[in-house]
Design a protein around this ligand. Structure first.
Ligand code: ZN
Length: 242
């Protein structure tokens, strides 16, 4: 009989993982490198766990559980902090691309050279409100053609669109066939926005999440499983914009 033996990775690596700590799902970035001990830190992206190349996941997770209170308290503070500091020099996501925020010199928002230049009002302490305006103004013109596209694929008329501010309910469809989409989706890659649009369009044919519904989604958007998974992960990482 041979005993399966998994060789530890020899090179530094980073991966996104999740763990449940006291009932809360916590995302973290596990960075393996040549080091002796496991270290926890909070950076601008959240919790980072540095671990030796050969450290077992069980050992890493056991340490995270031991330090559960510390982790959750630090993360809570980080969330408040990251919500307040969408300002010059912060990184935001625009259509899935990281952009460095700058204050616009002129009167128009501009997106160029990896930067997003936003016009803030005199009474605004940071760029969060300007970023929200930027997303809102572009959401409807972005969503409408996508709705028309997927409605066309399904052979139904393009439904009315209502813009929402929902944080995790990215889209919804009511019995009247009206579709709500959150302007916050503008932070997502266009392919992910398409998944949400295709999902809601599919509800025009099936107002539930039955196998029949998913078959329609599959027809409209074959890669729906991966998109759904990615969106779930992203939802926890976006800044709390108010
Ligand atoms: Zn649904």
């Amino acid at each position: 009989m041979t005993i399966p033996f998994k060789r530890p990775a020899r090179r530094a690596s980073a991966e996104q993982r999740q763990i449940e700590l006291q009932g809360e799902i916590v995302d973290y970035c596990l960075v393996r490198s040549v080091r002796r001990s496991i270290g926890l830190s909070i950076n601008q992206r959240g919790l980072r766990v540095g671990a030796p190349l050969a450290a077992s996941l069980a050992r890493i997770e056991s340490l995270l559980r031991q330090q559960g209170d510390w982790v959750r308290e630090k993360l809570a503070r980080w969330r408040v902090h990251s919500a307040l500091t969408l300002d010059v020099g912060s990184e935001c996501l625009w259509l899935g691309q990281p952009r460095l925020l700058r204050r616009a010199a002129g009167r128009v928002h501009q997106c160029r050279d990896g930067q997003l230049e936003l016009v803030a009002r005199a009474d605004e302490p940071d760029l969060a409100a300007a970023f929200i305006r930027f997303c809102k103004a572009r959401a409807r013109p972005w969503f409408l053609p996508r709705l028309a596209h997927y409605a066309g694929c399904l052979g139904v008329p393009t439904p009315p669109l209502i813009l929402s501010s929902a944080r995790s309910r990215w889209g919804s469809c009511n019995a009247q066939g009206e579709i709500r989409l959150s302007w916050r989706l503008m932070q997502f890659d266009p392919a992910l926005i398409d998944y949400v649009v295709a999902h809601e369009i599919a509800h025009l044919k099936a107002m539930n999440h039955s196998p029949q519904f998913w078959a329609i989604v599959e027809q409209l958007y074959p890669d729906w499983r991966a998109a759904r998974f990615t969106i779930r992960n992203l939802t926890r990482q976006l800044p709390q914009l108010d």
